[in-house]
Design a protein around this ligand. Structure first.
Ligand code: F6R
Ligand code: MG
Ligand code: MG
Length: 361
C-alpha cells in the first residue's frame, strides 16, 4: 500500500474522479505488463491510495517507482491542469531515488506467505497521523475486552509482539503483550512521538499488521499537511476475527490532525462513499476495506464500515466533534505548543517577540 496527497478537489476535502481514473489506468498497465498481480485504487479524503500485490518483496525499487511515477503523472496530467488544491503536495523531492520512503508518500508493506484463506483489512485515514492506529492496534491485539480470541483461541492466547517506533529519535523497540503491556501503554499513549509500526503473533512470529509511519514534517522540516496513515491487518484463524478488528473502531477515539493538522478530534469510521472531509476539514475519517486474497488477487473490496452497526459510533463522533469544536483555539482542542512547532503558528508568535517586556513590579 503506497499513498499520497497529490491534490485535492475541492480544497483538502477529497480527490477528483480523473485522478482515480488515471491512477487505475497506470496500475492496470502494470498489471498487464506483469509487474503487479492485482491492485485497487481508492481515496480516503484527499489521499490517493494505491493498494498493490506482487511477488517482489518489500521496498522493491520497481514497485516504488510505479507508485512514484503514478503520483507524478496524476499531478502533471490532472492536478496541475485542473489547478486542484495542493497539486503534488506530498511529493517532497524532485527526483525518485529508488524508494518512496522519506520522499513524502506513506507506505505499508507486508511480505507474507498466503494462508489457505487470507482475509485482510486495509484501513486508510484522512486528517490524522500514524499515531491514530495506536489505540485500535492495542485494542485489537492486546485487549481481551475487545478481542475475545485472546482469551478463547489457544492460537492467540500467548499474545502479540508490537514494534513501536520513536519517530523523533528514529529508533524502534519491540514489546510483548500481555507481559509488557504497561510498558507498551507507557509509550503509545504519547501520540506525538511513538507509533506502532508492526505486530506479530508471538507464538510463531506470524506478521499480523503493518502501518505507515511517515512524518512529513520531520522529513520536510516544516508543516506540509498531516501524514494521513494506512494500515494493513490480517484476520481470522488464529488472528483476530474481522469483527474483532472492526470492533476496535466502534469507539471514536480522539486523534491529532483535523483542521490545519493542528487539532484533536474523533476518528469517525465511514464508508468509501463518505470518505470526504467536510466539517472543519474533517472530522478525521477512516475507511476499512476487506479483501479475500487468493494467489495475490484482491477479492474485494468489501466496504466494511458501510454498515448501520457503525451508525451509533458515527453519531457519537458527531457529538464529540460538536463538543470539542466549541473550544475553538483553546487546548486541548488545538494541539499543545510543542506539536504546533511544525505549523504556521510560530510565524505568528514571532511577530509578538519584541513586544514582551521584563516584569518590573
Ligand atoms: C489538514 C489539511 C487542511 C489544511 C487547511 C488549510 O491536514 O490539509 O485542514 O491545513 O485547509 O490549508 P491551506 O493553508 O493550504 O489553505
Ligand atoms: Mg491535502
Ligand atoms: Mg489528506
Amino acid at each position: 500500500m503506497i499513498k499520497a496527497d497529490v491534490g485535492g478537489w475541492v480544497g483538502h476535502s477529497t480527490v477528483h474522479p480523473k485522478q482515480l481514473e488515471l491512477a487505475k489506468q497506470k496500475l492496470q498497465e502494470a498489471k498487464e505488463g506483469g509487474l503487479i498481480i492485482d491492485y485497487f485504487v481508492f481515496n480516503a479524503g484527499d489521499d490517493l491510495e494505491l493498494l498493490m500485490t506482487h511477488t517482489r518483496g518489500e521496498s522493491d525499487p520497481e514497485i516504488h517507482k510505479l507508485a512514484w511515477d503514478t503520483f507524478v503523472e496524476v499531478t502533471e496530467k490532472v492536478s496541475k491542469p485542473l489547478k486542484l488544491y495542493g497539486a503534488g503536495q506530498d511529493l517532497l523531492v524532485e527526483a525518485f531515488s529508488g524508494n518512496v520512503r522519506g520522499m513524502g508518500p506513506g507506505v505499508a508493506e507486508m511480505e507474507i506467505e498466503e494462508r489457505p484463506s487470507e482475509p485482510v483489512v486495509v484501513f486508510a485515514a484522512d486528517k490524522t497521523a500514524p499515531s491514530a492506529w495506536n489505540f485500535p492496534l492495542f485494542k485489537i491485539f492486546a485487549d481481551p475486552f475487545n478481542t475475545a480470541g485472546l482469551v478463547i483461541d489457544p492460537k492467540m492466547h500467548d499474545g502479540f509482539r508490537f514494534e513501536v517506533m520513536d519517530t523523533l529519535e528514529n529508533k524502534v523497540v519491540t514489546l510483548d503483550c500481555p507481559e509488557e503491556m504497561y510498558d507498551l501503554l507507557a509509550l503509545i499513549g504519547s501520540y506525538e512521538r511513538y507509533v506502532i509500526r508492526r505486530v506479530w503473533r508471538k507464538a510463531d512470529n506470524l506478521l499480523a499488521a503493518v502501518a505507515s509511519v511517515t512524518r512529513l514534517s520531520l522529513i520536510a522540516g516544516r508543516y506540509v499537511g498531516k501524514d494521513d496513515p494506512v494500515l494493513i491487518v490480517r484476520a481470522q484463524h488464529g488472528l483476530p476475527a474481522i469483527g474483532e478488528i472492526l470492533e476496535a473502531f466502534s469507539f471514536p477515539h480522539l486523534v491529532e490532525g483535523w483542521m490545519r493538522g493542528s487539532h484533536v478530534g474523533p476518528l469517525m469510521p465511514v464508508s468509501l462513499r463518505d470518505a470526504k472531509c467536510t466539517r472543519f476539514d474533517g472530522p478525521p475519517r477512516v475507511v476499512a476495506l476487506g479483501f479475500q486474497v487468493h494467489d495475490g488477487v484482491l477479492e474485494g473490496p468489501n466496504d466494511l464500515f458501510a454498515d448501520p452497526a457503525f451508525n451509533y459510533t458515527r453519531r457519537v463522533a458527531q457529538i464529540v466533534a460538536d463538543y470539542i469544536r466549541r473550544m475553538g483555539p483553546f487546548e486541548p482542542h488545538r494541539l499543545p505548543m510543542t506539536e504546533m512547532e511544525y505549523t504556521t503558528l510560530p510565524r505568528v508568535l514571532e511577530r509578538l517577540k519584541d513586544r514582551f517586556a521584563a516584569v518590573t513590579a
